[in-house]
Design a protein around this ligand. Structure first.
Ligand code: DGJ
Length: 728
């Protein structure tokens, strides 16, 4: 029996080699190889570092070719993981797909390979698409399913991607968390069995996990060495990423989490799975991150090539106690420090039910006349007077049971028929039903009304402080209640498409109770994300380290907040707080009137320094140098321009003991042949920069030997932020 199976496998393998055509899908440094021919199965053969046509035979000859179906489906010869499972209208639960055509064409963004497959018996068509983005090392994949039968079919499983991987000493890096501790990095050796990254929050999907992972092919993952595959699912809803690991075989499937989400596909309807994006690096985790950062800036962030303003957000400064005087004073003080944008957070709206706490008013997006008698006009005028931009907070997908919106439209709330509402924040928060086009219009109207009345608004923070609580929609048909997790996000995307079509330049920040929506499903509509409600500079080093694995600094909002920190109660010097925030998109979240004049003067200098290095941080390549997770007492990272003529370097002392070892730090990404002047960006006393200031050192020494830091990082919470400038 075993021999028979072996013969069958060998037969399938050789027939694909004899008859099928190879389709090589390449980026500058990676390649993916598919073999396909009409009437046969489409086979996944290779994904790794770049190969050329002349290397293809070598992939087969070396035994590297996988020869497994590029999109295995359920029903025939079923053992093992499958990417898709359906039930036809006659109850048959099988699919048997063969290739019909393969097309390769070029779009503005990418080289696209489209494998059209059809079932041998049923009028079921599946297109598998691979998209190799130009000038980046990202290839993405997804499928489009078309039901050409007269009757509906039911989809029970619908992964975006199915990837075989060579089994070896595989380690997985992934991210997990909780409110205030999102994006924490975890790394583990994969053992046999299944490792699953999943999310079932329904609405915010990156507080507890992130739909992203790195997979090292050769042991414990390193920053700049070793082969690492990185993948992320561009989806804002529930997800399921499965590593199916056996002694000799290993595959990854990634897609929408199908649990309680079976989907009825009507005749002629097309179901499109979200994009799964991947890269393959021979330069360790650093290579994966840099590839994703470039892709994000080039293709996935709204206006990813436009530098972001330095902003002050009012939340930790005044919380719900918004009023005209306080806003004016914050605008004026921040402008005097060199700030560029003021964002009024929660607490500005609701009249019948004023928004004084988190328990009312969501949906009643009218300015509170008592708090802000001059209206939003008063605030935009004040910002204009002080020569900074104005932004505003909204949470448009939500309502409270204590709100005029809820009183008027209780049917717009997600609910289970015949049962009372479950509530979130404040004991009253509920979620609007975005599957309903009327609700979509309402949510679009929140932004559209604000922008039409106040075209001077330059920025909006779009918050979402609730998971999907009650699983039920008054809009969806009773047979399609199981579509809610999916249709909600399609509805949200519709609204965001409309907003972007009308307001392409409005800067939008995505936020979900902190870092609950750091995903590539939503990022294309946004310019940046709120990383976490935890603004403690020490914990931010860990948090931002995790985020930096897949998401670029330009999008990572990082704010200097009060001493003592509101989330951890920790006291950290202002310089350290700035040095951490300056490694992302710098902002502040503080009441300036509580700062000393000395602190304000320091903040002004740090803001000026950030403006100088902003292009390096926001558009440069990231090199993570010493990980806070490695318990070396310090953490260090740097950004380098593509021309390697400038860099921004950071080091933080993250633990403090007498006589502790402080390792020297080797830089990376520089040009060994170039010489660089070191500039201390944030010396506490302007005229007393650190001893490295002004020194000119070659890239070779900085990268091969590094800099010694024990005398510079003596005190608790000492840190350095340096600019490196090429000296001709
Ligand atoms: C949660 C966000 O993460 C905070 O920054 C703030 O905007 C509050 N919501 C406001 O309610």
């Amino acid at each position: 029996m075993k021999n028979k199976i072996l013969l069958l496998i060998l037969g399938a393998f050789s027939s694909s080699m004899l008859n099928a055509k190879d389709y090589l899908i390449s980026t500058p440094n990676t390649s993916l190889l598919i073999s396909a021919a009409p009437g046969e199965k489409s086979k996944f053969q290779y994904y790794g570092s770049r190969i050329d046509e002349s290397d293809i035979q070598g992939i087969y000859d070396s035994g590297l070719a996988f020869g497994v179906e590029s999109y295995p489906v359920f029903g025939l010869n079923t053992p093992g993981e499958r990417a898709m499972a359906v039930t036809h209208s006659d109850g048959n639960m099988s699919l048997d797909l063969v290739v019909e055509t393969v097309k390769q064409y070029t779009s503005d963004e990418a080289e696209i390979t489209e494998i059209r497959m059809k079932d041998l018996v049923y009028p079921f068509v599946l297109k598998q698409i691979y998209k190799a983005y130009k000038d980046t090392d990202i290839i993405s994949t997804w499928v489009e399913v078309e039901n050409n039968a007269k009757q509906p079919i039911t989809l029970y499983r619908f992964a975006s991607a199915f990837l075989p991987v060579h089994r070896g000493d595989n380690w997985m890096s992934h991210f997990h968390g909780f409110w205030g501790a999102e994006h924490t990095l975890d790394e583990e050796k994969l053992t046999n069995g299944q490792k699953v990254i999943s999310n079932k929050d329904g609405l915010v999907n990156t507080e507890s996990d992130n739909p992203s992972f790195m997979l090292s092919m050769d042991g414990r993952p390193l920053e700049e060495n070793g082969n690492v595959l990185g993948g992320t699912l561009a989806w804002s809803g529930n997800y399921l990423i499965k590593m199916d690991v056996h002694n000799t075989k290993f595959n990854i499937s990634a897609g929408i989490n199908e649990e309680t989400s079976h989907y009825i596909l009507e005749s002629k309807e097309i179901f499109i799975t979200p994009e799964f994006a991947m890269t393959y690096s021979t330069n360790g985790k650093g290579g994966v991150s840099r590839a994703f950062h470039r892709w994000a800036r080039q293709y996935k962030l709204n206006q990813g090539d436009v530098a972001h303003d330095i902003l002050l957000n009012s939340w930790e400064g005044v919380y719900f106690k918004v009023n005209q005087d306080e806003m004016n004073q914050m605008i004026e003080s921040f402008s005097a420090m060199g700030g560029e944008l003021f964002v009024m957070d929660d607490g500005w709206f609701g009249n019948k039910y004023p928004r004084d706490r988190g328990n009312s008013s969501l949906g009643d997006w009218e300015v509170n006349k008592q708090k802000l008698p001059l209206g939003i006009e008063g605030l935009t005028a004040s910002a204009k007077k002080h020569n900074i931009k104005f932004g505003i907070w909204i949470e448009p997908e939500m309502s409270n049971t204590k709100s005029e919106l809820f009183e008027k439209h209780p049917e717009w709330i997600l609910q289970c028929k015949g049962r009372s509402f479950s509530t979130g924040r404040g004991g009253t928060q509920v979620v609007l039903d975005l599957t309903n086009p009327q609700v979509q219009n309402f949510v679009f109207g929140v932004i559209d009304n604000l922008m039409t009345k106040h075209p001077d608004i330059g920025y909006m923070k779009w918050d979402a402080n609730c998971c999907m609580l009650d699983y039920g929609s008054t809009y969806l048909h009773k047979n399609k209640q199981s579509h809610l997790y999916i249709e909600y996000h399609k509805g949200l995307n519709n609204v965001l498409e409309r907003i972007r079509a009308k307001y392409p330049k409005l800067v939008l920040q995505v936020c979900a109770g902190g870092g609950g929506r750091v995903n590539y499903g939503l990022l294309p509509y946004f310019n940046e994300f709120w990383t976490s409600d935890n603004t403690d500079a020490l914990q931010r080093i860990y948090l931002q380290w995790g985020v930096s694995s897949f998401y670029p600094a330009i999008a990572m909002a990082s704010h200097v907040s009060a001493d003592k920190n509101h989330q951890t109660g920790r006291n950290i010097p202002l310089k350290f707080r700035f040095d951490v925030a300056m490694s992302g998109r710098l902002g502040m979240e503080i009441q300036p009137k509580n700062m000393s004049e000395e602190d304000k003067a320091f903040a002004k200098r740090a803001i000026t320094a950030y403006k100088q290095i902003r292009p390096i941080v926001q558009f440069g390549d990231l090199y993570r140098l010493v990980s806070p997770y490695d318990n070396k007492g310090i953490a260090s990272l740097m950004y380098v321009t593509p021309e390697k003529d400038k860099a921004a370097f950071y080091v933080y002392k993250i633990s403090h003991f007498v006589n502790m070892t402080i390792p020297k730090v080797r830089m990376n990404g520089l040009d060994a042949q170039k010489k660089y002047r070191l500039v201390d960006l944030t010396a506490i006393k302007k005229d007393k920069p650190c001893s490295l200031h002004g020194k000119v050192i070659s890239g070779k020494i900085l990268m091969e030997e590094g800099i010694a830091l024990h005398s510079l990082l003596k005190k608790e919470y000492s840190s350095l932020a340096l600019e490196l400038q090429e000296v001709q």
